[in-house]
Design a protein around this ligand. Sequence first.
Ligand SMILES: Nc1ncnc2c1ncn2[C@@H]1O[C@H](COP(=O)(O)OP(=O)(O)O)[C@@H](O)[C@H]1O
Ligand SMILES: [Mg+2]
Length: 363
Amino acid sequence: MPLIHILDDQTANQIAAGEVVERPVNAVKELVENSIDAGSRSIEVEIAEGGLAYIRISDDGCGMEKEDLSLSVERHATSKISTADNIYHIASLGFRGEALASIASVSRMKITARIQGSETAQWISVEGSHITDRGETGAPQGTTVEIRDLFYNVPARKKFLKSERTESGRINTMLGKLAMANPGIAFRLINNGRTVIETPGNGRLLDVLSALYGIDTAGEMLPVSGEEVQMDGFISKPSLLKSSRQYQTFIVNRRVVDNPLISKAMDNAYHSLLPKNGYPVAVLHLRVPPETIDVNVHPQKREIKFSDEQEIFRAVYHSVLRTLTTQSEPEEVAASMIRVPGHDEGNSMGTFLSGKAGDPVLP
Ligand SMILES: Nc1ncnc2c1ncn2[C@@H]1O[C@H](COP(=O)(O)OP(=O)(O)O)[C@@H](O)[C@H]1O
Ligand SMILES: [Mg+2]
């Protein structure tokens, strides 16, 4: 008797979900990226109990017609690419066609969608990778995905989650970053019934910063522009530092990324002006030819690979340094250095640092 067998869909999806949705924030990111890809102008996210009890994402994007709605929760089902080569040319954030299938396999999901020109919306309920119910209803154009009881059928995963507050903090931070990457989209986050993020969607990045971090912080930001590589964004004056990297957002071609190379280049540029233990607030948006990056190197698509890392490093370093040396007052730089006793001595920065690690995004 053969020992090898093909796993059933539900099992395969759950295993894939282990990589794609480690915690609630990953589900929120995937769903919001779908809304962005759908051309939405406005995206509303509602969560309860850190996302474990409830997540809802409503958008006003293109919606889905009946047939696509059923296909959307299938594994490897995507409208965004048709060959692997497409990954190196497309502008969409999704491409693997596995997010909805993965999330559906570890939650109870309902999707309601209405396309332009249709009188009614279609909905499906999905449980454990199978469509259990469907129907027609009234709803505005766009898509709403509701997720209840995330990880209800994978209790082992729940053990690795932190407190509700930590999980909702992560969602808060992530949504803020997605809002910075998309200033033309109005974002709202409702946490346990309370609106905690609201951005105007008017296309101005500084207004997003102001909505997230407060008007005072926004007022302390210096604009960055790129010469070697197309780049825009803001970095904080040397007088405004935080004690964690949480307030640093790096975006490449509208994709929020974790990139040690960009972090390092920025650190190095500040290093000549500031002590080690403070982190500036920053949002940098790089725009590079799509074929010069590989976006398919991380299960959660959080990391990317540049084909010419040196060029990116140099470009970020020079742009940040140029901004700091030409736009901040020399006295201010000197003053901040004087105010910090013992330069490299760990925690001796006193009130100089204006945030604590783990602070929520909102002031
Ligand atoms: N909010 C949405 N609006 C419109 N279409 C959507 C939305 N979310 C998902 N879809 C459709 O479902 C498909 C599958 O989504 P997903 O599993 O996230 O894979 P991917 O984003 O990689 O294509 C998408 O390609 C898209 O056609
Ligand atoms: Mg997707």
